[in-house]
Write a protein that binds this ligand. Structure first.
Ligand SMILES: [Zn+2]
Length: 142
């Protein structure tokens, strides 16, 4: 599994929406699952070289895939979050990033159900970080 490293130009691409969940590459899912379990709290498909709108996040023991995630509401206040990114210096550098304390996100689950979920605190920062990846944004550019 290779994780793209800044300044690889592919990290700046905007990821494309997934039209058919059944066509998501199973290898990609396995690699993302491995990455969040072994290495980090979250990963975006584009970091593995597949620019589709798919992120995976680990919350405690819960592992969550979000297909085509969109922030539908941001709640003030914003806070400063200390974040690392597997695609920048292999996750060894820390960046201070402004994040909303809470966000509401609409996404499709892997079993093809549209869901809306609120994320709070650290979970919220991880979701915002990964959705930024889908828009070609990295924490060293914010
Ligand atoms: Zn990242």
């Amino acid at each position: 599994m290779e994780i793209l490293q800044y300044p690889d130009i592919r990290l700046f691409n905007t990821s494309v929406p997934i039209v058919a969940i059944s066509r998501i590459n199973p290898t990609l899912l396995a690699e993302m699952r491995y990455a969040v379990t072994a290495v980090a709290g979250g990963i975006a498909a584009v970091q593995l070289g597949d620019p589709v709108q798919l992120i995976c996040i680990k919350f405690g023991s819960e592992e969550l895939f979000l297909v085509n995630p969109q922030v539908v509401r941001e709640y003030s206040p914003t806070i400063f979050s200390n974040e690392r990114c597997l695609s920048i210096n292999k996750g060894r550098s820390t960046f201070v990033v402004s994040r909303y304390e809470k966000v509401k996100v609409r996404y499709t689950s892997l079993d093809n159900i549209t869901k809306v979920r609120k994320f709070l605190g650290k979970d919220s920062y991880v979701v915002q970080h990964e959705i930024d990846h889908l828009n070609g944004k990295l924490v060293n550019q914010k």
